[in-house]
Design a protein around this ligand. Structure first.
Ligand SMILES: C[S@@+](CC[C@H](N)C(=O)[O-])C[C@H]1O[C@@H](n2cnc3c(N)ncnc32)[C@H](O)[C@@H]1O
Length: 270
Protein backbone atom coordinates (compact mmCIF):
# COMPACT_ATOMS: atom_id res chain seq x y z
CA UNK A 1 0.00 0.00 0.00
CA UNK A 2 2.94 2.30 -0.59
CA UNK A 3 0.92 4.29 -3.14
CA UNK A 4 -1.40 5.46 -0.34
CA UNK A 5 1.33 7.01 1.79
CA UNK A 6 3.03 8.48 -1.29
CA UNK A 7 -0.22 10.02 -2.53
CA UNK A 8 -1.22 11.28 0.88
CA UNK A 9 2.12 13.08 1.23
CA UNK A 10 1.96 14.41 -2.32
CA UNK A 11 -1.58 15.76 -1.92
CA UNK A 12 -0.79 17.29 1.47
CA UNK A 13 2.05 19.08 -0.19
CA UNK A 14 -0.05 20.11 -3.24
CA UNK A 15 -2.74 21.49 -0.92
CA UNK A 16 -0.21 23.33 1.25
CA UNK A 17 1.42 24.89 -1.80
CA UNK A 18 -1.87 26.19 -3.24
CA UNK A 19 -2.40 23.74 -6.12
CA UNK A 20 -5.07 24.54 -8.69
CA UNK A 21 -6.96 21.50 -7.37
CA UNK A 22 -7.02 22.97 -3.87
CA UNK A 23 -8.98 26.00 -5.02
CA UNK A 24 -11.99 26.52 -2.76
CA UNK A 25 -15.40 27.61 -4.06
CA UNK A 26 -15.76 31.36 -4.55
CA UNK A 27 -18.68 33.57 -3.43
CA UNK A 28 -19.63 33.95 -7.07
CA UNK A 29 -19.73 30.15 -7.59
CA UNK A 30 -21.72 29.73 -4.38
CA UNK A 31 -24.44 32.04 -5.70
CA UNK A 32 -25.36 29.45 -8.36
CA UNK A 33 -23.89 26.27 -6.86
CA UNK A 34 -25.59 23.70 -9.08
CA UNK A 35 -24.58 25.55 -12.22
CA UNK A 36 -20.98 25.73 -10.94
CA UNK A 37 -20.94 22.00 -10.16
CA UNK A 38 -22.65 20.78 -13.26
CA UNK A 39 -22.82 22.59 -16.57
CA UNK A 40 -24.51 19.63 -18.24
CA UNK A 41 -27.74 19.42 -16.29
CA UNK A 42 -26.93 16.00 -14.83
CA UNK A 43 -27.95 17.00 -11.31
CA UNK A 44 -31.62 17.27 -10.25
CA UNK A 45 -33.16 20.78 -10.12
CA UNK A 46 -32.63 20.77 -6.36
CA UNK A 47 -30.27 18.81 -4.10
CA UNK A 48 -31.64 20.37 -0.90
CA UNK A 49 -31.89 17.71 1.79
CA UNK A 50 -30.17 15.07 -0.37
CA UNK A 51 -27.26 13.10 1.11
CA UNK A 52 -24.19 13.70 -1.04
CA UNK A 53 -20.84 11.94 -0.84
CA UNK A 54 -17.99 13.96 -2.36
CA UNK A 55 -15.53 11.15 -2.94
CA UNK A 56 -11.79 11.85 -3.11
CA UNK A 57 -12.95 15.43 -3.41
CA UNK A 58 -11.16 17.30 -0.65
CA UNK A 59 -10.10 20.88 -1.28
CA UNK A 60 -13.24 22.84 -0.42
CA UNK A 61 -14.82 23.07 -3.85
CA UNK A 62 -17.42 20.34 -4.41
CA UNK A 63 -18.34 20.04 -0.71
CA UNK A 64 -18.93 23.77 -0.30
CA UNK A 65 -21.02 24.04 -3.46
CA UNK A 66 -23.24 21.10 -2.48
CA UNK A 67 -23.60 22.55 1.02
CA UNK A 68 -24.50 25.94 -0.50
CA UNK A 69 -27.21 24.14 -2.47
CA UNK A 70 -28.65 22.71 0.75
CA UNK A 71 -27.33 19.14 0.55
CA UNK A 72 -26.16 17.07 3.53
CA UNK A 73 -22.50 16.65 2.68
CA UNK A 74 -19.82 14.09 3.49
CA UNK A 75 -16.33 14.45 1.99
CA UNK A 76 -13.93 11.54 1.81
CA UNK A 77 -10.28 12.10 1.00
CA UNK A 78 -6.87 10.62 1.75
CA UNK A 79 -5.21 13.96 2.43
CA UNK A 80 -5.59 15.80 5.76
CA UNK A 81 -4.55 19.06 4.16
CA UNK A 82 -7.21 18.78 1.45
CA UNK A 83 -9.87 17.97 4.07
CA UNK A 84 -8.67 20.86 6.22
CA UNK A 85 -9.75 23.18 3.39
CA UNK A 86 -13.26 21.69 3.42
CA UNK A 87 -13.45 22.19 7.18
CA UNK A 88 -12.03 25.70 7.10
CA UNK A 89 -14.37 26.85 4.32
CA UNK A 90 -17.46 25.18 5.77
CA UNK A 91 -16.84 26.82 9.18
CA UNK A 92 -16.22 30.18 7.55
CA UNK A 93 -19.48 29.97 5.62
CA UNK A 94 -21.53 28.45 8.45
CA UNK A 95 -22.16 25.08 6.76
CA UNK A 96 -21.86 21.66 8.31
CA UNK A 97 -19.71 19.28 6.26
CA UNK A 98 -18.60 15.89 7.57
CA UNK A 99 -15.03 14.96 6.63
CA UNK A 100 -13.59 11.44 6.65
CA UNK A 101 -9.98 10.53 5.94
CA UNK A 102 -9.84 7.16 4.23
CA UNK A 103 -8.97 5.63 0.90
CA UNK A 104 -11.74 5.52 -1.70
CA UNK A 105 -11.87 1.72 -1.82
CA UNK A 106 -12.61 1.45 1.92
CA UNK A 107 -15.87 3.18 2.81
CA UNK A 108 -16.68 0.65 5.52
CA UNK A 109 -17.50 3.44 8.00
CA UNK A 110 -20.43 4.48 5.77
CA UNK A 111 -23.72 2.61 5.78
CA UNK A 112 -25.21 0.74 2.83
CA UNK A 113 -27.65 2.76 0.70
CA UNK A 114 -26.89 5.90 2.70
CA UNK A 115 -26.36 8.39 -0.15
CA UNK A 116 -28.47 9.86 -2.94
CA UNK A 117 -25.51 11.20 -4.93
CA UNK A 118 -21.82 10.29 -5.12
CA UNK A 119 -19.66 12.89 -6.89
CA UNK A 120 -16.07 11.90 -7.63
CA UNK A 121 -13.66 14.27 -9.35
CA UNK A 122 -10.54 12.92 -11.11
CA UNK A 123 -8.95 10.52 -8.64
CA UNK A 124 -9.30 6.88 -9.74
CA UNK A 125 -5.82 7.31 -11.29
CA UNK A 126 -4.41 7.15 -7.72
CA UNK A 127 -5.49 3.56 -7.04
CA UNK A 128 -4.25 0.42 -8.80
CA UNK A 129 -7.73 -1.09 -9.28
CA UNK A 130 -11.05 0.71 -9.83
CA UNK A 131 -13.28 -2.31 -9.17
CA UNK A 132 -13.13 -2.11 -5.35
CA UNK A 133 -13.96 1.60 -5.61
CA UNK A 134 -17.00 0.94 -7.79
CA UNK A 135 -18.06 -1.86 -5.45
CA UNK A 136 -18.04 0.49 -2.46
CA UNK A 137 -19.91 3.23 -4.33
CA UNK A 138 -22.55 0.70 -5.44
CA UNK A 139 -22.91 -0.32 -1.79
CA UNK A 140 -23.32 3.17 -0.30
CA UNK A 141 -25.63 4.55 -3.03
CA UNK A 142 -29.37 3.98 -2.75
CA UNK A 143 -31.30 2.45 -5.64
CA UNK A 144 -31.50 4.97 -8.53
CA UNK A 145 -28.84 7.09 -6.80
CA UNK A 146 -26.62 9.19 -9.08
CA UNK A 147 -22.89 8.64 -9.52
CA UNK A 148 -21.03 11.44 -11.32
CA UNK A 149 -17.34 10.85 -11.93
CA UNK A 150 -14.43 12.14 -13.94
CA UNK A 151 -11.37 10.09 -14.90
CA UNK A 152 -8.10 10.50 -16.76
CA UNK A 153 -8.31 8.97 -20.23
CA UNK A 154 -5.82 6.15 -20.73
CA UNK A 155 -4.50 7.61 -24.00
CA UNK A 156 -3.57 10.84 -22.22
CA UNK A 157 -1.52 8.90 -19.67
CA UNK A 158 0.24 6.96 -22.45
CA UNK A 159 1.88 10.09 -23.89
CA UNK A 160 5.55 10.01 -22.96
CA UNK A 161 6.97 13.02 -24.82
CA UNK A 162 6.83 15.16 -27.96
CA UNK A 163 9.08 14.59 -30.93
CA UNK A 164 10.98 17.34 -32.79
CA UNK A 165 7.84 18.10 -34.85
CA UNK A 166 5.77 18.67 -31.67
CA UNK A 167 3.89 15.44 -32.26
CA UNK A 168 2.76 13.49 -29.22
CA UNK A 169 4.46 10.14 -28.79
CA UNK A 170 2.60 7.21 -27.22
CA UNK A 171 5.51 5.76 -25.27
CA UNK A 172 3.61 3.70 -22.73
CA UNK A 173 1.82 0.46 -23.57
CA UNK A 174 -1.95 0.35 -23.22
CA UNK A 175 -1.65 -2.82 -21.13
CA UNK A 176 0.91 -1.33 -18.76
CA UNK A 177 0.59 -2.76 -15.25
CA UNK A 178 1.64 -1.05 -12.04
CA UNK A 179 2.58 2.54 -11.25
CA UNK A 180 3.16 4.86 -14.18
CA UNK A 181 6.78 5.67 -14.88
CA UNK A 182 7.98 9.24 -14.88
CA UNK A 183 7.52 10.83 -18.34
CA UNK A 184 8.95 13.89 -20.05
CA UNK A 185 5.39 15.00 -20.87
CA UNK A 186 4.01 16.04 -17.48
CA UNK A 187 0.69 17.52 -18.59
CA UNK A 188 -2.16 16.12 -16.49
CA UNK A 189 0.25 14.41 -14.07
CA UNK A 190 0.42 15.73 -10.50
CA UNK A 191 3.85 16.25 -8.99
CA UNK A 192 5.00 13.55 -6.56
CA UNK A 193 1.96 11.25 -6.94
CA UNK A 194 1.83 7.57 -7.86
CA UNK A 195 -0.66 7.05 -10.66
CA UNK A 196 -2.14 4.13 -12.57
CA UNK A 197 -3.60 3.78 -16.05
CA UNK A 198 -7.10 2.31 -16.19
CA UNK A 199 -8.32 0.99 -19.51
CA UNK A 200 -11.76 1.95 -20.84
CA UNK A 201 -12.97 -1.60 -20.27
CA UNK A 202 -12.28 -1.05 -16.55
CA UNK A 203 -13.53 2.54 -16.27
CA UNK A 204 -16.67 2.11 -18.39
CA UNK A 205 -17.23 -1.64 -18.55
CA UNK A 206 -16.42 -1.95 -14.84
CA UNK A 207 -19.25 0.44 -13.99
CA UNK A 208 -21.75 -1.62 -15.99
CA UNK A 209 -20.75 -4.81 -14.17
CA UNK A 210 -20.84 -3.14 -10.72
CA UNK A 211 -24.56 -2.38 -10.63
CA UNK A 212 -24.73 0.88 -12.60
CA UNK A 213 -26.38 1.99 -15.81
CA UNK A 214 -24.52 4.67 -17.76
CA UNK A 215 -26.82 7.53 -18.75
CA UNK A 216 -24.28 9.85 -20.37
CA UNK A 217 -20.57 10.03 -21.10
CA UNK A 218 -18.62 13.13 -22.14
CA UNK A 219 -15.05 14.01 -23.02
CA UNK A 220 -14.50 17.55 -21.64
CA UNK A 221 -12.99 19.55 -24.45
CA UNK A 222 -9.58 21.06 -23.79
CA UNK A 223 -8.70 21.92 -27.38
CA UNK A 224 -7.67 25.54 -27.90
CA UNK A 225 -6.86 26.79 -31.41
CA UNK A 226 -5.59 30.19 -30.24
CA UNK A 227 -2.62 29.07 -28.13
CA UNK A 228 0.95 28.15 -28.96
CA UNK A 229 2.29 24.59 -29.03
CA UNK A 230 3.59 24.65 -25.45
CA UNK A 231 0.12 25.28 -24.03
CA UNK A 232 -2.04 22.38 -22.76
CA UNK A 233 -4.78 23.62 -25.11
CA UNK A 234 -2.59 22.56 -28.02
CA UNK A 235 -2.22 19.09 -26.51
CA UNK A 236 -6.00 19.03 -26.09
CA UNK A 237 -6.41 19.33 -29.88
CA UNK A 238 -4.93 15.86 -30.21
CA UNK A 239 -5.68 14.06 -26.95
CA UNK A 240 -8.79 14.28 -24.76
CA UNK A 241 -7.53 14.32 -21.16
CA UNK A 242 -10.71 13.36 -19.32
CA UNK A 243 -13.80 11.19 -19.38
CA UNK A 244 -16.90 12.31 -17.47
CA UNK A 245 -19.59 9.75 -16.69
CA UNK A 246 -23.14 9.99 -15.43
CA UNK A 247 -24.23 6.64 -13.98
CA UNK A 248 -27.28 5.50 -12.06
CA UNK A 249 -27.41 2.79 -9.38
CA UNK A 250 -29.60 -0.05 -10.63
CA UNK A 251 -32.43 -1.33 -8.47
CA UNK A 252 -31.23 -4.03 -6.09
CA UNK A 253 -33.02 -7.34 -6.01
CA UNK A 254 -34.66 -8.19 -2.68
CA UNK A 255 -31.75 -10.56 -1.93
CA UNK A 256 -29.12 -7.93 -2.73
CA UNK A 257 -30.96 -5.42 -0.57
CA UNK A 258 -31.10 -7.80 2.42
CA UNK A 259 -27.43 -8.73 1.99
CA UNK A 260 -26.47 -5.03 1.91
CA UNK A 261 -28.26 -4.01 5.06
CA UNK A 262 -27.69 -7.24 7.05
CA UNK A 263 -24.36 -8.81 6.03
CA UNK A 264 -24.30 -12.63 5.78
CA UNK A 265 -23.60 -14.34 9.07
CA UNK A 266 -24.74 -11.42 11.20
CA UNK A 267 -27.43 -12.49 13.64
CA UNK A 268 -30.32 -10.08 13.76
CA UNK A 269 -33.05 -10.15 16.40
CA UNK A 270 -36.54 -10.78 15.03
C1 LIG B 1 -7.78 16.16 -8.39
S1 LIG B 1 -8.02 16.15 -6.64
C2 LIG B 1 -9.76 16.35 -6.54
C3 LIG B 1 -10.22 17.41 -5.64
C4 LIG B 1 -10.60 18.73 -6.11
N1 LIG B 1 -11.56 19.31 -5.17
C5 LIG B 1 -11.12 18.91 -7.54
O1 LIG B 1 -11.99 19.74 -7.70
O2 LIG B 1 -10.66 18.32 -8.52
C6 LIG B 1 -7.81 14.44 -6.27
C7 LIG B 1 -8.05 14.11 -4.81
O3 LIG B 1 -7.95 12.70 -4.65
C8 LIG B 1 -7.42 12.46 -3.36
N2 LIG B 1 -6.93 11.08 -3.28
C9 LIG B 1 -5.82 10.53 -3.82
N3 LIG B 1 -5.76 9.21 -3.55
C10 LIG B 1 -6.88 8.92 -2.83
C11 LIG B 1 -7.40 7.72 -2.25
N4 LIG B 1 -6.76 6.55 -2.39
N5 LIG B 1 -8.56 7.79 -1.58
C12 LIG B 1 -9.21 8.98 -1.40
N6 LIG B 1 -8.76 10.14 -1.93
C13 LIG B 1 -7.62 10.11 -2.64
C14 LIG B 1 -6.34 13.53 -3.20
O4 LIG B 1 -5.97 13.73 -1.87
C15 LIG B 1 -7.03 14.73 -3.86
O5 LIG B 1 -7.69 15.50 -2.90
Amino acid sequence: MEHLSVNQRAWNSLADSGSLFARTATDEECRTPLKSLDGRGWLPDSVAGLRVLCLAAGGGWQSILYAAAGAIVTVVDLSDSMLELDLRESRRRGYHVQTIRTSMEDLSMLGAESFDIVHQPVSTCYVPDVQPVYREIARVLRDHGLYISQHKQPVSLQVSHRNERQQFVIGLEYYHQGPLPSMTDKAYREEGTTEYLHRLEDLVGGLCTSGFVIEDLREPRRADYTVDVAHFGYRGRFIPPYLRIKARRQTRTTDEHSAAVSPAGLWLPR
